[in-house]
Design a binder for this molecule. Structure first.
Ligand code: ASP
Length: 420
């Protein structure tokens, strides 16, 4: 008990960092034999995904009901513009860096053909935002559909609250209290899950490194280097954006570190949502903004994945000795940015998007098979960048909307005591 209390007092960032380092070492030492810890990692993933849908629903309904529809449209426009802008920057940086380094030179394709997976068309994606059955959307964890549902329910509630009929105002008040309570419960649960996160993080990273192994990375070391290098550049780009909008960068990263690490080990932006929402809340962003921008970002904003697609397309062209024209590259940028809209933030989603981009560029899909072997290692960095991008966007939009920021007195302390 004494030990547990002492454990609770250590900052979650440190606990996760130590778990990560130990996981890498264990994976390298034991290789695939470390696979027996996998259930611990899976348990952590389950605990996180258990919280995603109720958290989005509760926070977003409460948030949206407190602002006007027109205002919501304005901040929604800003969030989308930011997401589009950074994704374009990311994929362009990925392409340019790979063109400079030529990571695929000296590698030949394996004999077997890659399996091309079909991604839904943009029209289909947009249509799927409107759920046929809201309960099915909730049960299936369809993030965009849940966001849509929560927004319209929130808008209906705000109409009820302002209605001339007392009965409707009463009802709206009761339902809002219920949802507010639900959101608070979820935040307490997220806090609890974070306390066991180091165990899960250790297991997930050890298994990934154990299975991939350093040997698998060597032939594709240049591609890995380009992807990790450009993602590091993206982080610098985020810092510049934060500075430009006069956001306290240190405070931002001290609250963003837990979701960044969670993204790194879970390789899922969707799964990381509960941790990102908690971080945004601690960073002083209000519910109507983060309740909307983070779930949306987890699905449509994938800067890290965009970097990877840009770099992997150039890599494939190197491998097969194809020349890429400017027109082809522009096509890849467009497809890369648009396709990410329709792909959920789940592990290895980037591989599906890569298939699409290779199709667009007229390159053979066999390269997918080549990259697939090390995909987990690339996915860790991609997802970290994806989640960081969503958080930066949320914070930057909040910087331009005073109503979406909490005053210093209202903000929760970054390390509030854990529930006993
Ligand atoms: N795993 C990434 C995410 O969840 C997507 C990808 O595979 O690039 O954001």
């Amino acid at each position: 008990m004494q030990l547990w209390r002492r454990y609770l007092r250590i900052s979650i960032v440190w606990k996760l960092a130590v778990a990560l380092a130990l996981g890498v070492v264990a994976g390298l030492i034991f290789g695939p034999a470390i696979g027996f810890v996998e259930p611990v990692g899976d348990l952590f993933l389950r605990l996180l995904s258990m919280l995603v849908v109720p958290l989005i629903l509760f926070t977003l309904v409460v948030g949206v009901s407190s602002i006007s529809a027109g205002y919501l449209g304005r901040i929604g426009g800003k969030v989308l513009a930011y997401y589009l802008f950074t994704a374009t920057v990311a994929i362009t940086l990925g392409i340019v860096a790979a063109l400079l380094v030529s990571p695929g030179e000296g590698i030949s394709l394996p004999a077997e053909e890659g399996e091309g997976e079909a991604a839904p068309s943009l029209g289909e994606v947009l249509l799927n935002i409107v759920p046929e059955n809201p309960f099915a959307a909730l049960a299936e964890g369809n993030v965009l559909a849940v966001v849509f549902l929560a927004i319209i329910v929130g808008i209906a509630l705000s109409f009820m609250r302002e209605s001339g009929e007392e009965r409707l105002r009463d009802l709206a008040g009761s339902i809002l209290r219920l949802f507010e309570g639900g959101a608070e419960i979820m935040f307490i649960l997220v806090r609890g899950v974070l306390e066991v996160a180091p165990l899960g993080a250790f297991a997930l990273i050890a298994v990934t490194i154990g299975e991939t192994g350093a040997a698998a990375l060597v032939p594709l070391a240049l591609l890995t280097g380009v992807v990790y290098g450009v993602i590091a550049l993206m982080i610098v780009f985020y810092v510049l954006l934060l500075l430009f909008f006069k956001v306290d960068v240190r405070r931002f990263f001290s609250t963003a570190a837990p979701p960044m690490m969670t993204a790194f080990v879970t390789r899922s932006s969707n799964g990381t949502l509960p941790v990102s929402m908690r971080a945004a809340e601690q960073g002083g962003v209000r519910e109507p903004l983060y309740g909307f921008s983070l779930p949306l970002g987890a699905t449509i904003n994938m800067d890290g994945t965009a970097v990877y697609i840009g770099a992997a397309v150039v890599f494939t062209a190197n491998v097969v000795g194809a020349d890429l024209t400017l027109g082809t590259l522009v096509g890849v940028v467009l497809v890369g940015v648009l396709a990410s809209v329709g792909t959920a933030g789940v592990p290895s989603a980037g591989l599906v998007l890569l298939t699409l981009a290779l199709n667009q560029a007229g390159l053979p899909l066999a390269a997918v098979a080549l990259v697939a072997g090390i995909d987990a290692v690339l996915d860790m960095a991609r997802t970290l960048c994806n989640v960081t991008g969503d958080l930066v966007g949320t914070r930057v939009v909040a910087a331009t909307e005073p109503e979406m920021r909490e005053t210093p007195e209202e903000m929760r302390a970054p390390e509030e005591p854990a529930p006993a």
